[in-house]
Design a protein around this ligand. Structure first.
Ligand SMILES: [Zn+2]
Ligand SMILES: [Zn+2]
Length: 136
């Protein structure tokens, strides 16, 4: 499990590679809400029960491939378009999902991400408002 988070104690942005790890900045556990089975039913950092997953896919690479395909379509009689579509699909299928907490935006990479739901805009907006109100 690889986790990128803003530490709940010292608020520094850190990355750790297990739930047993300490925050490298303040040496405290950044996971006060970790469940005994290490599942992501709730966020181990903030205890929020809403997390989503999405493909850990670099959009810029995808767009770059697409541009190359479109530009060379003229000389390849459109064959390059088929190639980039297939390539895009293969890359997209091959990448792992990243799990993200709606509330604290911690990113999780690992097996526990699989059961999470897909992104939900309503929840996303709800938690954005929660964060903004807290910041005031
Ligand atoms: Zn810390
Ligand atoms: Zn969280």
């Amino acid at each position: 499990m690889e986790v990128s988070l803003s530490c709940p104690h010292c608020t520094k942005t850190v990355s750790v590679n297990s739930f047993q790890a300490q925050c490298p900045e303040c040496l405290r556990s950044p996971f006060p809400f970790l469940l005994p089975n290490e599942s992501l039913e709730q966020c181990p950092v903030c205890g929020c029960r809403d997390l989503y997953k999405h493909k850990d896919f670099n959009r810029n690479i995808g767009i770059g491939i697409l541009i190359v395909g479109v530009v060379s379509a003229y000389w390849t009689y459109g064959i390059s378009l088929l190639v980039v579509t297939a390539l895009d699909y293969l890359i997209f299928r091959g990448v792992d999902s990243v799990g993200i907490c709606y509330h604290c935006l911690t990113q999780y990479r690992g097996k526990a991400v699989a059961p999470l739901s897909e992104f939900n805009l309503t929840l996303h907006d709800h938690y954005r408002l929660v964060r903004e109100n807290r910041a005031k």
